[in-house]
Design a protein around this ligand. Structure first.
Ligand SMILES: NC(=O)c1ccc[n+]([C@@H]2O[C@H](COP(=O)([O-])OP(=O)(O)OC[C@H]3O[C@@H](n4cnc5c(N)ncnc54)[C@H](OP(=O)(O)O)[C@@H]3O)[C@@H](O)[C@H]2O)c1
Length: 283
């Protein structure tokens, strides 16, 4: 298949392009320099000329806090540009893959969210991502995959990567004991995406997270133990102790049961963290 990947230097974009190429597909990578997805005319001209079978949109403006005071850039990238990619996908008869986030939920629950639960975004960033989900459906063959706390890409910029780097160099770290997450290991997200597209699973919205959920503290403690680092390096932090412009959902666990019904088994978050550690040790 001919596959276009936007945001190809990002954490997910780079891993996606590498994996689809390794699987023998004809991959065209677009970085922001090559193609700004908010330039609708250029998107139509450049991607239209490539005539791909699949467009995988990994481009996003993830500056969650900056979005509160500067909403237009994330609105353009996370929402309006998705609408133009969706309409283009429809015209080209291409499959559109787009990624969203757990932040579309308010976090005021006590059981993992399902795809049928209604979003209630609490921040500007979350609103732009929620709008992007709505606009993606203009592509008849769309997969909107909600991921969460992505980690383990080559860029190494995720929270888990940064905490791992700190632990590895003997620095103390703090992790939230009252924020619940279902993290998404990049390699597992890439594989799940590939399977959905190749098997032509029903189009729609899927939660693409590792199986299970835990507090950030539990996730980082697991990471610490796998690394053999002392317990004294880790201490607990509560959301109320921090002062950030954008509110985050407290209980943000997502259920991946719909993905499972499509025949795609996501490893547990503990297995994913173990895979991450062995990947980092291999260098
Ligand atoms: N990271 C997470 O924890 C997380 C959590 C939930 C959902 N997600 C979603 O998962 C997807 C992948 O995230 P990620 O972590 O891989 O993000 P990332 O590492 O920040 O990569 C985003 C990429 O998009 C590019 N980009 C930004 N604006 C663009 C534009 N106008 N035109 C073209 N490219 C543009 C960036 O280029 P530059 O580097 O040049 O800016 C970057 O390469 C996104 O949809 C994100 O919202 C991520």
């Amino acid at each position: 298949m001919k596959v276009v990947v936007t945001g190809a230097t990002g954490q997910l974009g780079a891993a996606t392009a590498d994996a689809w190429e390794a699987a023998g597909h004809d991959v065209i990578r677009f970085t922001r320099c090559d193609l700004d997805i908010t330039d609708y005319a250029a998107v139509r001209r450049v991607i239209g000329a490539a005539a791909p079978d699949v467009i995988i949109n990994c481009a996003a403006d993830n500056r969650v806090d900056a979005a509160e005071s500067s909403p237009l850039p994330p609105l353009a990238v996370n929402a309006l540009a998705v609408g133009s990619l969706a309409r283009l996908s429809a015209d080209l008869d291409a499959t559109l893959v787009h990624y969203s986030t757990d932040f579309v939920f308010d976090g005021e629950t006590d059981r993992p969210y399902l795809e049928t639960d209604l979003p209630n975004p609490r921040s500007v960033y979350a609103m732009t991502k929620s709008l992007g989900e709505m606009l993606a459906v203009d592509a008849p063959r769309h997969y909107v995959l909600r991921v969460e706390s992505l980690f383990g890409g080559k860029t190494g910029g995720s929270s888990i990567d940064r905490l791992w780097a700190a632990l590895s160099s003997g620095q103390p770290v703090r992790a939230f004991s009252d924020r619940v997450v279902s993290p998404s290991f990049v390699d597992d997200v890439v594989l799940a995406t590939h399977r959905l597209v190749e098997r032509q699973a029903p189009a729609g919205l899927y939660h693409c997270v590792n199986t299970g959920h835990a507090t950030w503290f539990e996730v980082i403690d697991h990471l610490r133990q796998l690394g053999g680092y002392p317990r004294s390096l880790l201490s607990a932090l509560r959301a109320a102790d921090t002062n950030v412009p954008a509110p985050r959902p407290l209980f943000a666990a997502l259920s991946n049961s719909k993905l499972l019904r499509a025949g795609i088994v996501m490893p547990t978050w503990q297995d994913a963290v173990a895979q991450f550690v062995s990947k980092r040790w291999r260098g």
